[in-house]
Design a protein around this ligand. Structure first.
Ligand code: ZN
Ligand code: ZN
Length: 137
């Protein structure tokens, strides 16, 4: 990325009680069309980017973050006041040391080099977006 890329990315929930910082740019940017993400975000899909757990710093509102175990291994975290989806992570699988950040909560401009779509088989029928590249799944 260009040298102008910021070193710290700032993010917050809708009510701004929760503020966080990312010490590295989010990686593996993914638009997830699974049914759980649709419910969790109230939207056609979620968009997440991952950072190592140690690169996520909660600046304010740590006590306002609620957790919901959406599966045996996955935890979704959100603001208890405004309901913004913030993070999800899983204790098992390929990425146990990473936390996924809901990119809609980023305040710092971030342009990923790559992005992908996943779980497109369960894509909402009212979502007209057509991915630029055919998904590999
Ligand atoms: Zn909030
Ligand atoms: Zn999903």
């Amino acid at each position: 990325m260009p040298q102008s890329a910021p070193k710290i990315y700032h993010g917050s929930c809708l009510c701004t009680k929760v503020r966080y910082e990312l010490l590295t740019p989010p990686k593996a940017v993914t638009h997830c069309h699974c049914g759980q993400c649709q419910k969790s975000h109230g939207a056609a899909f979620s968009t997440y980017g991952a950072v190592p757990h140690g690169a996520l710093r909660i600046v304010t509102g740590a006590a306002d973050i609620q957790s919901y175990a959406s599966s045996e291994f996955a935890v979704r975290q959100f603001c208890a006041h405004c309901g913004s989806s913030l993070f999800w992570s899983q204790s098992k699988g390929d990425w146990p040391d990473w936390v996924c950040i809901a990119l809609g909560t980023l305040d710092t401009l971030f342009t990923p080099e790559k992005q992908k779509h996943t779980h497109v088989a369960s894509k909402a029928p009212w979502d007209e977006f057509v991915p630029a590249e055919p998904p590999k799944e």
